[in-house]
Design a protein. Structure first.
Length: 348
């Protein structure tokens, strides 16, 4: 008898549905806290180790907070159970959900491994080929990325997202002519798509300056343009440009860590969560409207009052949290200093 037909499975499914409902519609006793929710998930996994929805959700939570080999092994176990036990009609959707979660954590190494496991057992859908292409590209294997995006386009030749992604992978390789061809085909399919327009903008920049997509992420700051718009009180444009620079710098940092040692990749989700939380908090209390997270001197100058407000807001901040913030900032600014985005003297 298959595991998903057992009494333990049915009981686990009932318990899992109940805690999910509680998250959406808290009962009279209130919503489960995060700690209570995780404790309930652990109980379900203990009672029915084959119930892959709880296995995967718990493993992804562990990967996002602690990382480590144990969470990776658990994700692999849950995914194998999913492939074995999921209804064929639901498999692609459930696989896509797992991959999307891993991409959000920047664990492209894990998503690539899982999708290759799936490819050994059944033909991949166009969406899975697209996800596998993206994982390969993030891991620096651009030849494999072009192969898989080509397979996705063979299945769905008029998918504008696939053509845009193909163009992006050419940009990553500095292949500007091939990138232009793919991106123009994407634009003909959806002229006003913001992602396609963004990729075309990157292509235009690299056509003038040279380099690859990674060079674009670390392009010199156009502070004069920001100041001009600020003087003209064009705050929407200022916010948009500052957010773009901030996002690009963090993306470049994440890409660098992803290509590093396995231990670094394991800690990447936590690293990014702490960084984003800190910078979001600083931006929220910044009164200038011009916060750029590469302004290291400014963060250093106001670090003490920033952290006082941080502690006051969250209340339960302990020494470990402060160490987390400090170590993440050192890693991030060390990366920017190494790439000469910030001055070595400032970093010291």
């Amino acid at each position: 008898m298959k595991a998903n037909r057992s009494r333990e499975w049915r009981e686990a499914e009932w318990d899992y549905d109940q805690i999910q409902v509680n998250r959406l519609i808290p009962g009279s006793w209130g919503a489960l806290t995060q700690e209570e929710f995780i404790r309930e998930l652990k109980g379900i996994v203990r009672r029915c180790p084959q119930f892959y929805p709880a296995v995967l959700e718990f493993a992804l939570y562990q990967a996002s907070t602690k990382g480590g080999k144990a969470s990776e092994r658990m994700i692999e176990k849950g995914f194998r159970l999913l492939v074995e036990l999921a209804a064929p009609k639901d498999l692609d959707e459930q696989v896509d959900a797992v991959v999307e979660n891993l991409e959000g954590l920047w664990r492209y190494d894990i998503s690539r491994s899982l999708l290759e496991f799936l490819a050994d057992r059944r033909p991949l859908s166009a969406v899975c080929h697209d996800s596998l292409a993206h994982a390969a590209a993030r891991l620096g294997d651009l030849k494999s990325a072009q192969h898989h995006i080509g397979e996705a386009l063979r299945i769905e030749p008029v998918n504008k997202c696939f053509w845009s992604n193909k163009g992006l992978y050419h940009l990553m390789a500095g292949e500007l002519e091939q990138a232009a061809d793919a991106l123009q085909r994407a634009r003909r399919l959806k002229p006003d798509d913001p992602v396609i327009k963004g990729n075309l903008g990157i292509h235009a920049y690299l056509s003038k300056k040279g380099g690859t997509y990674f060079d674009y992420l670390l392009r010199p700051l156009d502070r004069k343009q920001i100041d001009r718009w600020a003087d003209q009180e064009k705050w929407d444009q200022v916010d948009s440009l500052c957010a773009d620079y901030n996002g690009c710098r963090v993306e470049a940092f994440a890409q660098s860590v992803l290509l590093g040692a396995a231990k670094q990749r394991s800690g990447l989700p936590r690293l990014l969560r702490v960084l984003r939380s800190f910078f979001d908090f600083v931006e929220g209390i910044d009164s200038s409207g011009l916060f750029l997270n590469e302004d290291m001197g400014r963060v250093h100058k106001y670090f003490k009052p920033i952290m006082h407000k941080f502690i006051f807001k969250y209340g339960d901040v302990d020494h470990e949290t402060i160490e987390d913030v400090y170590n993440c900032l050192i890693a991030y600014y060390g990366f920017l200093e190494d790439r000469r985005v910030v001055a070595p003297s400032e970093f010291q």
